[in-house]
Ligand binder design. Structure first.
Ligand code: NAP
Ligand code: HSE
Length: 454
């Protein structure tokens, strides 16, 4: 008897196992893609190459119905039916059969208009556009919500690393205190090549462009704006408050001197373009700057196009997310994973309901309370008393020396390289302003923040 029951139970289980194949018809999900450059091509490849996995996970067949491009004559790196390509955005936006729009064309004005149009027509949207999300994310997310649509943008920060999911879901129960990120693949690639192979700035920028890492206009990469957009997105999600781009202090890598990279190494530091978001007692500070970081810190070993985001939470402690930060397939992976979530939400009927609107009041930390150590390089006349003058000038602004070396130059000049103890940003700025009046022959050649260590 018991065995009969067991047999019947197993039989039922077998029937259930077969059910999806035999009884359920695959739902068709149709997508339209705005843009078919580096990232759009990757999305096309993954949807075609991983179709079986996507079907198994979503129970749906995902097909690409239309792709918007600028030029129909351009040579493409994949074989594609030319009928799929169009130069008319309405072929994607106004097609009632298209359920999801993937925006990978870049830029702000048209992308914003097209995404808004898609959402108003109840189409879900997946985008990789950090320029757009950093400036208009709040507005577009509200629009998505009003229309019961999903708007996902995992690929907009750190390429293939699922950091937005990590913050929004993995750490939803914690309070994030600090995020440190290498958030731009182009500049990390360039800094690695410059530091390890002595390659010059223009050659490594050209390589990063050829590899598809850089933005259409790479100024936003090298001047730090791309990373600033990403840290603003991370800050908004991590601190549950709306961070705007102008609240991030930004400095890029275009004026970095190779000498500083080498001197930093002698002190045991690597120079990285770091995005920093810090929250203490509810006051927030955000910046993107070339920053020295101790060689023993895991971020110091993130090289090439790799990105990493170090996240500190009150309860979880230290964590780090690492992976490729740009490029065709890593970025396309993030987009296609967003697509899978949208399709699953369609099946569950829960689109547009998962987002948590920012709920914390924002308080930015004033410069007087923004403490940091600094690397400073001065060029001085190599004469007696100069060290004392420097030390006195620093102490006038409550700054002090932790480490110092002197390097001889020609013509009786010398370079003085200093690592300070922690000092406030306002103190550093006042000290910088006073240098010339203190000693007209003394010149501040460079300065960078130094992360951690005290
Ligand atoms: P891309 O290679 O320059 O491709 C842009 C595509 O959009 C091209 O196919 C272009 O058409 C099309 N396009 C641009 N403006 C258009 C317009 N006004 N009308 C019609 N088509 C237009 O750019 P991408 O590197 O793939 O980047 C796309 C987006 O992903 C950007 O927002 C970027 O910031 C973001 N992103 C890129 C990466 C990366 O590693 N590349 C990583 C993360 C996020 P044609 O092909 O005909 O010129
Ligand atoms: N240009 C960007 C970078 C692409 O180099 O990181 C990824 O967002």
């Amino acid at each position: 008897m018991k065995q009969d029951l067991l047999k019947r139970e197993n039989q039922n289980e077998d029937d259930n196992l077969q059910e999806p194949d035999v009884q359920k018809e695959l739902q068709q999900i149709r997508i339209g893609i705005l843009g078919f450059g580096t990232v759009g091509t990757g999305v096309y490849r993954i949807i075609n190459q991983h179709q079986d996995d996507l079907q198994s996970q979503t129970g749906s067949q995902i097909s690409i119905d239309k792709i918007l491009v600028n030029s129909l004559d351009k040579l493409r790196s994949v074989d594609i039916n030319p009928d799929l390509l169009t130069t008319d955005p309405n072929d994607v936006l106004q097609d009632p059969d298209i359920d999801i729009v993937v925006e990978v064309m870049g830029g702000v004005t048209e992308a914003r208009e097209y995404i808004a149009q898609a959402l108003k027509l109840k189409k879900h949207v997946v985008t990789a556009n950090k320029d757009l999300i950093a400036s208009y994310g709040g507005e577009l997310l509200s629009l998505a919500n009003e229309n019961g649509c999903d708007l996902f943008y995992e690929a907009s920060v750190a390429g293939g690393i699922p950091i937005l999911r990590g913050l929004g879901e993995g750490f939803s129960s914690d309070r994030i205190t600090k995020m440190l990120g290498i958030l731009n693949g182009t500049t990390n690639y360039m800094l690695s090549k410059m530091a390890q192979e002595g390659m010059d700035y223009d050659t490594c920028l050209k390589q990063a462009q050829d590899l598809g890492y850089a933005e259409a206009d790479p100024t936003s990469d090298v001047e730090g704006l791309d990373a600033a957009r990403k840290i603003a997105i991370l800050g908004t999600l991590g601190y549950h408050t709306e961070i705007s781009l102008d609240e991030v202090d930004v400095l890029g890598i275009s004026s970095i001197d190779q000498k500083d990279v080498q001197y930093g190494k002698e002190f045991g530091y690597e120079l990285k373009l770091l995005g920093i978001a810090d929250r203490q007692e509810d006051e927030i500070e955000l910046s993107v700057q070339p920053t020295f970081i101790k060689k023993s810190h895991p971020l110091a070993h993130v090289d090439g196009v790799y990105n990493a985001v170090y996240v500190h939470g009150e309860s979880v402690g230290e964590t780090m997310f690492y992976g490729p930060g740009a490029g065709e397939m890593p970025t396309a992976t993030a987009i296609t994973s967003d697509l899978v979530t949208v399709v699953k939400n369609i099946k569950l009927g829960v689109n547009g309901r998962g987002k948590v609107a920012p709920y914390n009041i924002k308080k930015m930390k004033p410069k007087e309370r923004r403490y940091q150590r600094y690397f400073v390089r001065l060029i001085v006349q190599d004469e007696s008393g100069v060290m004392a003058t420097i030390a006195e000038s620093l102490s006038k602004y409550d700054m002090s020396i932790s480490n110092m070396v002197q390097k001889p130059l020609e013509d009786q000049q010398a370079e003085i390289v200093i690592i300070t103890h922690k000092a406030s940003l306002s103190a550093l700025e006042s000290w910088k302003g006073s240098i010339n009046s203190l000693n007209p022959t003394m010149k501040l050649a460079s300065y960078y923040p130094v992360e951690g260590g005290e």
